[in-house]
Design a protein around this ligand. Sequence first.
Ligand code: NAD
Length: 486
Amino acid sequence: MKEIKNFINGEFITNLSGKTFEKRTPIDNSLIGKVYEAGQAEVNDAVTAARAALKGPWGQLSVVERVNLLDAVANEINRRFDDFLEAEIADTGKPHSLASHVDIPRGAANFKIFADTIKNASTESFEMRTPDGRTARSYGVRVPRGVIAVVCPWNLPLLLMTWKVGPALACGNTVVVKPSEETPSTATLLGEVMNQVGVPNGVYNVVHGFGPDSAGAFLTSHPGVNGVTFTGETRTGTAIMKAAADGIRPVSLELGGKNAAVVFADCDFEVAVQTVTRSVFENCGQVCLGTERVYVERPIFDKFVAALKQQAEAMKPGLPNDPATKIGPLVSQEHLRKVLHYYQKAKEEGATVVTGGGVPDMPDALKDGAWVQPTIWTGLPETAAVVQEEIFGPCCHIQPFDTEEEAVRMANDTPYGLATSIYTQDLSRASRLATRIEVGLCWINSWFLRDLRTSFGGSKQSGIGREGGLHSLEFYTDLRNVMIKF
Ligand code: NAD
């Protein structure tokens, strides 16, 4: 069983309190690690180390020197690809095919892309006449914000953490990361990488624990933190925003969603079915951008439901390393209980269960894992809980529509506004909908296709701020104006 320690000021440390918690793998619920929970003392140490590092050698590096270090971090993750892969798979149970194509390569790429961004970022400059007939020239300078708290979820642990740590470090900040209690391993492993490539002590720190009364709350309310970037549930985002209000610290929030796919009768049917299958079931439905509401134009409704049912029933659950495995378990027993609660609720509210609705029959060795069936419902009103609330499981409700107007109205009937995907051959209609559906991210005839230079974030209760490419600089730097009179 591994021991998962905090990483503070370049060292792996336990804690003063002696408090630990268990990490179990969702594959079979066996114990794989003991995690040392950071208390207030360890969080204080991590923030102190991060503050000191701002003034140490890290603060003196040129942009090019910083960029070279970040390139080295990316290369070292790739060199230790198998270690990261093994750790991520053990923590999440996700299939090898997914973790090796998405989580780990994207985790490394996040350092490269923001190294490139910062190398090429410019600022504004203006010139004007002064009342006494002289000239004044102003220009913008981007300075690091300071110590950034990075609070992460469990669904794409390395990828979503480096999505924040990459730009934070590229901009010259230092970070204290609080990974999810469900997935502590890869953030810890990244500490070894930082030491290996020579990132100065205190630049990257990791504290383990939970939210309230634990490392998450201690970190986000710490006065030594200059900004908080968070990915997770909307409810947690609300608590974090309140904590950050003390001291007027800025927040960047990437929160929950209840994303709609809108499928028109003129779509490329195969593309729509294949892509919606991915957007509903990939990562066992635990993708913030995933689809939980599908609206299908009536003439193809029955055919579409039948095709998605066929896809869902072909998703074989199994061990991560088995090439036949198409779907892994949910992340934990606790999350399994939440998803099954919604499966039950759908039945109580009168859903037609097209497929799934329970737990799959697994071999004895895997029976204690967090396995759940891919599930499709039809026939519910738009007010039903499973149509309104984020479930974060491999499930969707499919509803027919007759007019574009009706599809837009139903897609927008949610407090969330993260992502949507639209399937049609009519690009005029698609671009009309792209402006009318209230989201931060809109895909047309595709899903989860990312160009990391573009903006990423949610509207309405799905978040505040945009990250990605140059947009990340808005949060990770402070823009200072300098004016010279001559
Ligand atoms: P969560 O909000 O439960 O936890 C996220 C992190 O916050 C964890 O590290 C947790 O320990 C910490 N935390 C919890 N309470 C806290 C508090 N009061 N103060 C400080 N920290 C606290 O989310 P989760 O269950 O880990 O992740 C799933 C959620 O994340 C879903 O809602 C999903 O939509 C969302 N998500 C959003 C995006 C996006 O880009 N918008 C991406 C991935 C996941």
